[in-house]
Design a protein around this ligand. Structure first.
Ligand code: SF4
Ligand code: SF3
Length: 553
């Protein structure tokens, strides 16, 4: 096992990365190797898929499989080795189908179809020892002795950006939104990695290209969410319980939440959101369910305490899951890409077992004190008051915008983001998204001329809103995004944040404060490159960074 894909990775050894029997997230070595092998198999599908698509014989079902199976390998998504063995077998079958399509399309055009080598020729071993024996070739540092750490790091940057892109694209796909451009881009990116590229300049240029691809995906996801559930509206969300039976839904998947709400209609069971599900309360078609009762707990790293204390069943619809404690192991369920050994998985959208568990569990016996947080400042809501915002900037009432968001996590140094947001001057507005906001979203930031000083744009999945808002402000002021009085402080944990970072870099956004540490797979030379080209900076002292941002503006 070697895994260095997330911010929690082990940095105590000479070479960074989780390499023992267990990663810092709880992923065991066998599961990690199976994940690597699945990615290898998926690269093999992509090799044929690119060729089939070039011959006008795309297999969009295979593309959907690529999205969902890559999603399972993100940090804190799936820890179940049996799921990976099944996915490996399915990947081989999907590859065979795509290969047959390619061969048929080639012959139909009088071409001679060539069998491909590398991942495209991978055949999973029949048993677990055999599969684990195959994993060496799929390791993320495979070939490092030949190509060195810089190329290995750039390949990793690619792979992890593609993981983020696949996760976001999967969320759009389950809501019925996909595009040929996105499918083709994902397939091309994976097929490129299958060739073990060695050109650093090309790898860097392609990394920026993945940023553009992710922008297209974020736009697709925005259209999927708003097209299905309406545009987010500012909404006060109760963050204390009400008496009654209860279900807690965590992760990012709005469709699963909608299904749970529908299947608990008129049952008397209340549904609460946890972690990244909080922004769901802002969507008109979701908040229309009166039993969407409120938000419970904090960000994902608090789940062992939150879930243990919650008096009902819990559903994890996407990242981030951590090892369920005995206190709630029998009442937590997974759905979609998520898995944990021994935890009940609901694959078909029928949440009857969850509802049954809610009926059998006590629920809340009394109401908590009334407390609210406000969410729902998606692009439509913010841009509907754009004239007020622009006027406030012109009058000097708003001096600066800070976007403080991204992932939260258990590693030290993340108080930086709360200090940064809370340290922003009274004449500035703080935009936030992702789960990092739980460190400061219960604080009363007040208003500037009726405009709330804290605007929650939504999940990390709602990055398109942030980009649309920044672009609209830049247009209004007749300048570029970098010329706006806007500073970004990004917190990262997993691979979706890497995709978002590349999108921002692809858009030319400079001087992003990234932390709490930089990705371990980026060598000092690669970091220097990003600093030189994009002004990327690692977070320092929050007060100093806020002051420096104001100085630069
Ligand atoms: Fe380590 Fe992160 Fe990989 Fe888990 S996902 S094994 S914590 S690098
Ligand atoms: Fe959070 Fe996992 Fe990334 Fe969606 S829930 S931001 S870390």
């Amino acid at each position: 096992m070697l895994c260095f894909q997330c911010e929690q990775t082990d940095r105590t050894g000479e070479v960074p990365g989780c390499a023992g029997a267990l990663g810092n997230c709880g992923k065991d070595s066998g599961t990690s190797d199976l994940q690597d092998l699945l990615l290898y198999a998926v690269k093999g599908i992509a090799q044929y898929a690119v060729r089939a698509r070039d011959l006008d014989a795309p297999d969009d079902e295979a593309a959907g499989f690529i999205l969902s199976s890559v999603f399972t390998t993100l940090t804190n998504v799936n820890f179940s080795p049996t799921r990976f063995v099944a996915l490996l077998r399915e990947a081989a079958a999907v590859r065979d189908r795509v290969r047959a399509r390619y061969e048929e399309a080639a012959r139909a055009r009088g071409l001679d179809p060539r069998p491909l080598s590398g991942p495209a020729a991978f055949e999973p071993a029949p048993d677990m020892p055999g599969l684990l024996g195959q994993a060496a070739v799929a390791r993320v540092d495979h070939g490092i002795a030949l190509v060195g750490p810089d190329i290995t790091g750039l390949r990793a940057l690619h792979l992890y950006a593609l993981k983020g892109i696949c996760a976001y694209a999967h969320h759009a796909h389950v809501l019925g939104r996909h595009s040929e451009k996105v499918f083709a881009g994902v397939e091309e990116g994976l097929a490129y990695l299958a060739e073990s590229p060695t050109d650093a300049n090309e790898l860097l240029a392609r990394a920026v290209g993945l940023g553009h691809l992710n922008l297209a995906v974020m736009e697709l996801l925005d259209a999927a969410n708003t097209g299905t559930y309406g545009a987010q509206q500012p909404t006060a969300v109760r963050c204390t319980p009400v008496a009654g039976k209860a279900i807690l839904v965590s992760g990012h998947d709005l469709k699963d939440l909608a299904a749970v709400l529908e299947q608990t209609k008129d049952t008397g069971i209340n549904v609460y959101t946890h972690g990244e599900m909080l922004p769901a309360h802002g969507y008109p078609l979701l908040k229309a369910y009166p039993h969407l009762a409120g938000n419970y707990g904090g960000a994902w790293q608090d789940q062992q305490k939150d879930f243990a204390e919650f008096p009902g069943p819990v559903l994890m619809t996407s990242n981030c899951i951590i090892e369920p404690h005995a206190r709630y192991r029998r009442r937590i369920f997974t759905a979609g890409p998520v898995g944990w050994p021994g935890v009940r998985h609901i694959a078909n959208g029928d949440f009857t077992p969850l509802v049954r568990a809610a009926r059998a569990l006590p629920g809340f016996t009394e109401d908590g004190p009334e407390q609210f947080i406000t969410v729902g400042f998606g692009r439509d809501a913010v841009l509907s008051v754009a004239d007020d915002v622009i006027g406030a900037v012109r009058r000097g009432d708003i001096r600066h915008f800070f976007l403080v968001g991204g992932c939260d996590g258990p590693t030290p140094g993340r108080d930086y983001y709360a200090d940064f947001a809370l340290g922003a001057p009274r004449d500035s507005v703080v935009l936030t998204l992702g789960c990092a906001k739980y460190r400061f979203n219960r604080h009363d930031f007040g208003e500037i001329g009726g405009i709330p000083r804290l605007l929650d744009l939504g999940q990390c999945n709602d990055t398109y809103s942030a980009i649309a808002i920044a672009s609209a402000l830049a247009d209004a002021f007749g300048c570029g995004i970098n010329d706006l009085p806007l500073t970004l402080a990004l917190s990262w944990t997993e691979q979706k944040a890497v995709a978002v970072l590349l999108t921002l870099l692809a858009l030319g956004v400079r001087n992003i404060h990234l932390g709490p540490t930089l990705p371990a797979y980026l060598t000092p030379a690669l970091v220097q490159e990003l600093v030189d080209r994009f002004g990327l900076r690692v977070v320092g002292d929050a007060g100093t960074d806020v002051a420096a941002a104001l100085e630069r503006a």
